[in-house]
Design a protein around this ligand. Structure first.
Ligand code: G6P
Ligand code: MN
Length: 430
């Protein structure tokens, strides 16, 4: 049977990396039919031409069709790769700027910004799950749409669709820690556990042998250049203090007020910075698209992003039982979180999907924080599904960033008003 993969959000700037990811497993996926879908027909067309020419140049046996109709794209799919950003960067700018006005970190996935993103993403995923029930009930949704954990939770608890939530942060974080600890990145395996963008690790193996990280952490010199999503100096400082390896997003929790001051000082949001570079970026990609051997820019996405998602698809399609860090139902993997929590944990991925590996308790120094973030995420999923304002307020009140009722109400009212056009579940007649 031909493998059919629907890519929802195929006009995304991350597509060149996804196409490269597909090329890296072209042999294993030979004969696959790709159905590209986007609501932006122009970007969809650029990425479709680009993919066809990149596949042809490398002799990859893939066919690509372009769709603006969701049902046609999903029909008969075995895999649905979701990688879209509802509301686009314009909405992301609001997510990043509204909380900041009230002294709270403005970020696209964590905190109140992530809450509003969840409210935009979840209804679209529910719609996809609804169509899948008709046209491809056995399909796996392989999801990058953020906040990936909240989206995964909503789909898991409210639909019959199968979903695996992805985030490639752990790949880069593993490399950052290899560098900080003076270990080779090759053969390094870290047991990252927690919730998405809030994972921690105390267990590390090198070529299968346990590594005692305590002396290495004690000797770490905080160093390295900060990028928008990774600050190795702060990761090292915090790692030493907690006695743990920390995710790059931990800075938002443990350096909250410093980050607020920095974001205010910077003056533009990440969304604005990306919007400023995108026209040039898409022009470069469009110019490459029709060349016999296109070499599109690598400025968005990057190797691990596309390769990781394609590797996960291969692991399920070929029953590879490969270990990845993914977002899935806990099922006892982390003793400190409820069994049906969506957690980010090491899992073996094969035909049956992800099976999380038993990890034990969260370290005490981050246990309460992670539990609080989980409770926020669960309430956020419920609010995003129902459009119930009271649940939305409770979600924000549960979040560790939010200092009190006044701020929660202000951010909620301002966010719901600003995003009104993208949040039909909050405006529908009851
Ligand atoms: C990291 C995170 C993703 C997030 C992305 C945004 O990769 O893991 O969840 O979507 O950064 O990157 P950007 O370049 O758009 O700020
Ligand atoms: Mn992520």
């Amino acid at each position: 049977m031909t493998t059919r993969i629907a890519v929802i959000g195929a006009g995304s700037g991350y597509m060149p990396g996804v196409i490269r990811g597909l090329l890296h497993r072209a042999g294993d996926l030979a004969g696959t039919e790709l159905r590209f879908h986007d609501v932006d027909a122009e970007h969809l067309d650029v990425m479709t031409r680009l993919a066809r020419n990149m596949f042809a140049a490398r002799g990859a046996d893939f066919t690509v069709s372009a769709h603006t109709d969701l049902r046609a794209a999903l029909d008969g799919a075995q895999f649905v790769f979701t990688t879209f950003r509802p509301g686009g960067l314009r909405a992301r700018h609001l997510d990043e700027s509204i909380p900041l006005k009230h002294g709270v970190v403005g970020q696209e996935t964590v905190g109140p910004g992530g809450f509003f993103m969840a409210c935009r993403s979840v209804p679209v995923l529910l719609e996809i799950a609804d169509v899948l029930a008709d046209v491809a009930p056995d399909a796996w949704i392989v999801n990058y749409t953020n906040p990936t954990n909240v989206v995964t939770d909503a789909v898991e608890r409210h639909t019959d669709a199968k979903i695996i939530g992805l985030c490639d942060q752990w790949v880069g974080d593993t490399e950052t820690w290899a560098d900080l600890l003076g270990l080779p990145a090759d053969g390094l395996e870290i047991d990252w556990i927690g919730t998405n963008h809030g994972t921690w690790a105390e267990r590390v193996r090198l070529n299968g042998e346990p590594v005692d990280i305590a002396p290495l952490l004690a000797a770490v010199e905080p160093r390295g250049d900060a990028t928008p999503h990774r600050d190795p100096v702060r990761m090292a400082e915090l790692g030493k203090a907690l006695g743990l390896l920390v995710n790059s997003y931990s800075k938002y929790y443990f350096f909250h007020d410093e980050v607020v001051a920095e974001l205010r000082e910077k003056g533009t949001t990440r969304a604005e910075d990306i919007m400023a570079m995108l026209p040039r970026y898409y022009a470069q990609v469009a110019a490459e698209a029709d060349k016999p051997d296109p070499d599109p820019s690598r400025e968005r996405g990057g190797g691990e992003h596309g390769e990781f998602a394609v590797d996960v698809i291969c692991a399920i399609a070929r029953d590879e039982q490969r270990r990845f860090i993914v977002n899935t139902r806990n099922r006892g993997a982390i003793a400190s979180l409820e069994p049906d929590a969506i957690v980010e944990v090491p899992a073996l991925v094969g035909r049956q999907g992800p099976v999380p590996l038993v990890m034990g308790e969260l370290p005490r120094q981050v246990r309460g924080l992670t539990q609080a973030v989980h409770e926020y995420e669960r309430l956020a999923a419920d609010a995003a599904v129902t459009g119930d304002r009271r649940t939305a307020l409770r979600a924000l009140l549960a979040h560790p960033f939010v200092p009190g009722l006044r701020v929660a109400e202000q951010i909620l009212d301002e966010g719901l008003a600003a995003h009104r056009a993208d949040l039909p579940q909050f405006t529908k007649e009851r």
